[in-house]
Ligand binder design. Structure first.
Ligand code: UN1
Length: 517
């Protein structure tokens, strides 16, 4: 198939992942009928044409999904964790077989390049294997009791059914960071995908549910495609869902957090990022350019980890900006399947207007647009949603630079001292990812000190974007709460129980308290 025959690609891709013209967006042990009051027409951002239709859940169907998830939990939580891990491993194996097909679906629906689309599925495979290993490491601590003949330790129990609300930009991998880890912990998962990425969710669920069937395991993952605000309201106000992990905007995250807090539930929030890279006069220039370009341009700037600000030392500012402009001028924008294309489309028309508005606002506030910033037409894909990535020379006082604009818009600032660079770096309400490019150990250590980066992720000589699954992922300040994926993030998906056992014949009391009856 010629690489630019996008219609043929669409047909093949949908067929390979068993997506039909109309699909059910609701799975709870079985797929619900392909009919309903509300549906979503998926449009590819690549060519603006229709992909397929997904039927969305009603409140009654949502109720059935949660009931199913509760029942599945009763069964699943009884299975020993290492056995659960074995089952999750087989999901990883199956995803590995389907990597190309599911990656293509991400390209079709979210407009990612082939390499990034497949990278998304690789991230799911990685986390499935990570979770399988983790299933034998859900350790608690044993403490020394202050009382004689007492044992004090902690154990970890499954939480119950939990919910994951995912965003369009990482339509399946961010779900898997939560879902795979939660599953080995013994939880079951209700998934509400971004409506804009309903197809990826349906495709992934088809693969995963068939593995669980084959393994004779309970259907622990449910899907409830629904209108964003509606599904989010149902889930965040539902005390049966012990944890809500939400990825999306700070605005929506705040509402979700408030709702979950009102019912004293647990939340993990991965919200807006406004990630900054510092480029020192002692940076390896080539590496810094590549790191900043990847951070700002990959996924067309639609990652929560995208580089949105770069603070460059005054000595190399002009050289760095000139070279970065050269990269921007030469980078290929267009069909994300075409060889050499590094920047695909934005997700929809709305994203383009947000992008254009932010640029207009930045210019109004005194910023200087030095390249890009316009909508463009890609030949043969005239209805797709493409823009020229923009760089704006800015000053830190500009209010717009404190906001996240989900697109390829990079603000560049000048600094003199490392202290000043960090001040600019930290002067935003978000705190997800950060980077410094330097070969100077003192600068690097300052960046990593308590006075340095205030973000959840700190990178040295590599990009703000592109984290590995093995680390705990998440941010500070308005970016959110909690961590996902690697390290000890699993603890958020379990409840900690502190156990005190008295194996003596007396009842000595802690703190020496006396209570003689
Ligand atoms: C996101 O954009 O929500 O670190 C997650 C990265 C990816 C994940 C991004 N591994 O860029």
């Amino acid at each position: 198939m010629p690489e630019n025959d996008f219609d043929a690609f669409r047909k093949d891709t949908l067929k390979n992942v068993a997506i039909e013209e109309t699909n059910s967006g609701i799975f709870a042990g079985k797929w619900y009928p392909k009919a309903g009051e509300s549906k979503y027409d998926s449009i590819s951002p690549v060519d603006g044409k229709h992909n397929a239709t997904v039927f969305l859940a009603t409140k009654e169907q949502y109720e059935e999904v949660v009931r199913h998830s509760q029942k599945a939990f009763d069964e699943w939580s009884k299975i020993p964790a290492p056995k659960r891990g074995e089952i999750i491993k087989t999901i990883g194996d199956e995803l590995a077989k389907k990597k190309k097909d599911l990656g293509a679906l991400v390209t079709l629906e979210a407009g990612k390049t082939t390499s990034e689309g497949e990278g998304e599925i690789q991230e799911m495979i990685d986390v499935a294997y990570f979770a399988a290993g983790l299933s034998r490491q859900l350790y608690g601590l044993t403490m020394a009791s202050e009382r004689p003949d007492h044992r004090l330790y902690e154990q970890w129990q499954p939480l119950g059914p939990i919910a994951v609300i995912s965003a369009f930009n990482f339509p399946s991998s961010v779900w898997s960071w939560n879902a795979m880890v939660a599953a080995v912990c013994g939880d079951t998962v209700v998934w509400k995908p971004s409506t804009k990425a309903s197809l990826a969710a349906v495709g992934v669920m088809k693969v995963i549910s068939s593995v669980l069937d084959r393994e004779g395991a309970p259907q622990i993952f449910s899907l409830v495609a629904s209108r964003g605000s509606e599904g989010g309201e149902w889930i965040s106000n539902d005390p049966r869902l012990k944890l809500v992990s939400f990825t999306g905007s700070t605005k929506t995250g705040r509402t979700i957090y408030e709702n979950v807090a009102r019912r004293i539930g647990r939340a993990i929030l991965e919200l807006g990022g406004n990630n900054c890279s510092i480029v020192s006069d002692r940076a390896d220039m080539k590496l810094a350019l590549k790191g900043v370009a990847f951070g700002a341009l990959a996924t067309a700037g639609q990652r929560c980890t995208s580089t949105r600000r770069v603070v460059v030392h005054e000595k190399i500012y002009n050289e760095f900006l000139a070279k970065l402009k050269d990269i921007y001028a030469s980078v290929k924008i267009g069909n994300p399947r075409s060889n050499g294309v590094l920047v695909g489309p934005l997700i929809d028309d709305g994203a383009i207007s947000t992008y254009e508005k932010a640029i207009a606002e930045a210019v109004k506030e005194g910023g200087k647009l030095v390249i890009g910033g316009k909508r463009i037409q890609v030949p043969g894909l005239e209805k797709g949603f493409y823009v020229n990535p923009a760089i704006i020379e800015a000053n830190p006082g500009m209010e717009i630079t404190k906001q996240e604009t989900f697109g390829p818009l990079l603000y560049i600032f000048k600094y003199r001292t490392i202290e000043e660079a960090l001040e600019i770096h930290n002067a935003v309400p978000q705190g997800l990812s950060s980077a410094i490019f330097t070969t100077d150990m003192r600068e690097e250590e300052y960046f990593l000190s308590a006075r340095g980066s205030d973000c959840g992720l700190a990178n040295v000589n590599t990009s703000t974007a592109g984290a590995e699954i093995g680390g705990a992922f998440g941010g500070e300040k308005e970016t959110g709460a909690g961590r996902e994926s690697g390290s000890d993030s699993w603890k958020l998906y379990m409840r900690r129980q502190t156990v005190t056992i008295n194996y003596g014949r007396d009842l000595p009391l802690a703190q020496g308290v006396r209570f003689d009856v």
